[in-house]
Structure formats: structure tokens, C-alpha cells
Design a protein around this ligand. Structure first.
Ligand SMILES: Cc1cc2nc3c(=O)[nH]c(=O)nc-3n(C[C@H](O)[C@H](O)[C@H](O)COP(=O)(O)OP(=O)(O)OC[C@H]3O[C@@H](n4cnc5c(N)ncnc54)[C@H](O)[C@@H]3O)c2cc1C
Length: 395
């Protein structure tokens, strides 16, 4: 079999790339190892920058998003038992949107079904070959049968644990990594959110985040040790711990209920450079991971996809190669700013078990400075709503 662009991974990055290329008349095949049912049910991100919303609309999958999203003009930071609102819109002129990643996944899958796109679910043993030649290949098994696809280019959109990044020789790739001594225990429940905007809570018992997917579905997170077992957290224990970490007025208003999903996510900062090796281009979590505090992972994946679809389209339309050559540098310039912000937000809001008394006092001073300084609030807000996207690689 032959295609123009072979895409490994049918998460948000892979399906959005396939969609944008399809609209530009470029043929793709997506290889995804999971079932459609699994993908539709996977609960992850929820906060979208305007640039991500715009790209989904451009891709023709924004109709339900624009109808159902919650638009947030602000965000709250709580510490010492008090809540402080940052006026994102007033500080930057921009807002953020709440719309679950599972919904984006469903919208993309529905659009692909309608377009009869070539997506192979339950593709096993995917491997990449001939990346430095003119015709790289993807090999895989499906229902016990071996297949090979010959491609012009391969996009590695297979997330942090995928095979694409591993196909780049170790002497070529550079890894920058930081792990954190804690994770996030998250639950989803069909209860009304405790507040109409997010509340990030710094508490001596650990960080907590109150967020939501809709006005009837809440998402809450607790900072827990990195090796925490979710089985040790029956719902009653989760709600009681959350109430201890959030300000008293929020705890009093908190509506509790049965969890419909509960999981622990490890926190990690990770960048692999460069994002291109021969005819392979990495995009999204395959190339970089941020701790979820800054809500940047999916947004970064969307920006990579925007840049990659522009580069591939320019190649087929006019033979331009500069956007492909500049792809890695263009993505990394934005990725590192989001890395810095996510690391900083994590340091500001979490309790680090190994922190010295000096570091604890410095963190308290930083929070106090934040709520007293418009300049500090603007710096947080402009990163939180999403930094501008450069319109061309060479701009
Ligand atoms: C708790 C939590 C909260 C988050 N909150 C936010 C937020 O508010 N905002 C935000 O922007 N981001 C957030 N994120 C991050 C966001 O979920 C990810 O950045 C996003 O999923 C990246 O998309 P992706 O398509 O690059 O990778 P993935 O979603 O990981 O998709 C990769 C796909 O590749 C498939 N795959 C893997 N290996 C193979 C293989 N060998 N062969 C074939 N297919 C393969 C996988 O099954 C998967 O479908 C959060 C993450 C977590 C864990």
C-alpha cells in the first residue's frame, strides 16, 4: 500500500493532522493501536487556548465545541485559605475554553467517519523504516496479518510511550527531562462544579485543583505521592481530603457524588530535540510532555500540528521546503516557553516534599507578590491564555 503521509497515533494530534491534510487534498493513513471505544472514553485535557479552538474550527470540527464550551474570563488562585481571582480577559483581552479532550476526540472521529478517512484501529507492532531515504515505510500487524505502507513522510503522533521517537537514533536525539516527586489523583463526577472558573489551591497538605468539563460534570485533582495507588482512594476519602485543601467557603459549597473515573497521572517535564529526523516529524506528546498545571499539553500538540500541516501542504502545493526545514525550530521556540510556564506554575502551586524552609518562604512570597502586582498577574495570564503563534517559520 502507498500513501503520501503515514501517521502513527490516532489521538488528538494524529487525527487533527490527518483532518487538516485531508482538507488540503493530501492523502494519509493513520495507524492507531487502540479501539475507537477506548479512545472515545479516555479522559484527559480540558482547557483550550483560543489558537486551539481556532484550529479545530478551521479543521471543520468546531461546531459542537463552539456550542457547548464554557468560556472562562478568569481563574482563581487560593492560598492561606483565601481565594484570589485573576481577570484573564481584563489582563490580556483573551479567554480560555473548557471542553473535554474526549469530546474533541469524538468530534474528530465523527468527521473522519463521514469523510471515510483511512484509519486503522488496533494496529499492532507498528514499526518505522527507511526514514533517511525517499520512501520511508510503516509496517504493522492487524488481526495477525502483516502489512506495509510506503509513504512520502511519516508523522509520529503516538504520544509519550509511542514507537516513533524511539525510531530516532540515540546519537541524534537530545532529551531534556525533569520528573516530579508527586502525581495528580483525578476524579470525574456528575456533580455541579464548585465554582464557575478553575481554582488552583496551594495548601500545606498539598496542591488541589477544582475544574470541570461542563456545568454538570466536575473534575478535581489532588497532589499525591508519585507512587500512589488509586485503590487506596475510595470516593469518600477523596472528597474529605479535597475539602481540607480548598478554602472553607468552597468546601462548604462542594457537591460530592460517585466518581465516574479516577486515575493517577505522573507529572513530568520532557522535551526531545529535534522534532525531525529525515522524513519523520514528531508532533505532540511524542516529542514533549508538560506537567498538567499550566494546561498546555493538548494546546502544544495542536500548535505542532498546525505547523506540520502548513509545512507538508506547502511542500505539495509549491515545492517549498523551508517550512519543513524550520519545523523543529518553530515548534521548539513555543514548546520551551510552555515548558517554562508549566514548570513555574507547578513550583508556585505545589508542595515539594524536599523543599527547605527557605524555599517554602520564597514560594509564599511569590504568591503574595502575584496577588499584589498587576505586572506579575499579566505575566501569568498571557502565558495561561496562550502565547501568540508566529505566522511563518521565518517571521
Ligand atoms: C491529568 C491530565 C490533565 C491534562 N490537562 C490538560 C489541559 O487541561 N490542557 C492541555 O492542553 N493538555 C492537558 N493534558 C495533556 C494532554 O492530554 C496531552 O498533551 C494530549 O493528549 C496529547 O495528544 P497527542 O495526540 O500528542 O498524544 P496522545 O493523546 O497520547 O495520543 C497518542 C495516540 O497514539 C496511540 N499510540 C501510542 N503508541 C502507539 C503505537 N505504538 N502504535 C500506534 N498507536 C500508538 C495512543 O493509543 C494514542 O491514541 C493533560 C494530561 C493529563 C494526563
Amino acid at each position: 500500500m502507498r500513501t503520501q503521509v503515514g501517521i502513527v497515533g490516532g489521538g488528538p494530534a494524529g487525527l487533527l493532522l490527518s483532518r487538516l491534510l485531508g482538507l488540503a487534498g493530501i492523502e494519509t493513513v493513520v495507524l492507531e493501536k487502540r479501539t475507537p471505544e477506548y479512545l472515545r472514553a479516555r479522559v484527559r485535557a480540558g482547557l483550550l487556548e483560543q489558537g486551539t479552538v481556532d484550529l479545530l474550527v478551521e479543521a471543520g470540527v468546531g461546531e459542537r465545541l463552539l456550542r457547548q464550551r464554557l468560556c472562562h474570563d478568569g481563574v482563581e488562585i487560593a492560598f492561606d485559605g483565601r481565594r484570589h481571582r485573576l481577570d484573564l480577559k481584563g489582563l490580556t483581552g483573551k479567554i480560555v475554553s473548557v471542553y473535554g479532550q474526549a469530546e474533541i476526540q469524538k468530534d474528530l472521529m465523527t468527521a473522519h467517519e463521514a469523510a471515510s478517512s483511512n484509519i486503522v484501529y488496533e494496529a499492532e507492532d507498528v514499526s518505522l523504516h527507511g526514514l533517511m531515504g525517499d520512501r520511508p515505510q510503516l509496517r504493522y500487524h492487524k488481526a495477525g496479518e502483516a502489512h506495509e505502507i510506503s509513504c512520502d513522510f511519516i508523522a509520529g503522533c503516538d504520544g509519550f510511550h509511542g514507537v516513533s521517537r524511539q525510531a530516532i537514533p540515540q546519537e541524534v536525539i537530545r532529551i531534556y527531562e525533569r520528573t516530579y516527586p508527586f502525581g495528580w489523583l483525578g476524579i470525574l463526577s456528575d456533580t455541579r462544579p464548585v465554582n464557575h472558573e478553575l481554582i488552583y489551591c496551594n495548601h500545606e497538605r498539598g496542591f488541589a485543583l477544582c475544574t470541570m468539563r461542563s456545568m454538570s460534570r466536575s473534575r478535581y485533582y489532588l497532589q499525591v505521592p508519585a507512587d500512589e495507588d488509586v485503590a487506596d482512594w475510595p470516593d469518600a476519602r477523596f472528597w474529605s481530603e479535597l475539602k481540607r485543601r480548598i478554602p472553607a467557603d468552597a468546601a462548604a459549597a462542594l457537591e460530592t457524588g460517585t466518581s465516574i473515573e479516577k486515575s493517577v497521572a505522573q507529572l513530568r517535564s520532557f522535551v526531545a530535540e529535534p522534532l525531525r529526523h529525515g522524513r519523520l516529524f514528531l508532533a505532540g506528546d511524542a516529542a514533549h510532555i508538560v506537567p498538567p498545571t499550566g494546561a498546555k499539553g493538548l494546546n502544544l500538540a495542536a500548535t505542532d500540528v498546525r505547523f506540520l500541516s502548513e509545512a507538508i501542504t506547502a511542500h505539495y502545493r509549491s515545492g517549498r521546503t523551508d517550512l519543513m526545514e524550520g519545523y523543529s525550530a518553530r515548534c521548539l521556540a513555543r514548546v520551551w516557553k510552555a515548558q517554562r510556564f508549566s514548570w513555574w506554575m507547578t513550583a508556585l502551586t505545589h508542595r515539594f516534599p524536599e523543599a527547605s524552609p527557605f524555599e517554602r518562604r520564597a514560594q509564599a512570597a511569590e504568591l503574595s507578590y502575584l496577588i499584589s502586582s498587576k505586572a506579575a498577574q499579566t505575566a501569568l495570564a498571557e502565558n495561561y491564555v496562550g502565547l501568540p503563534i508566529a505566522s511563518t517559520a521565518l517571521a
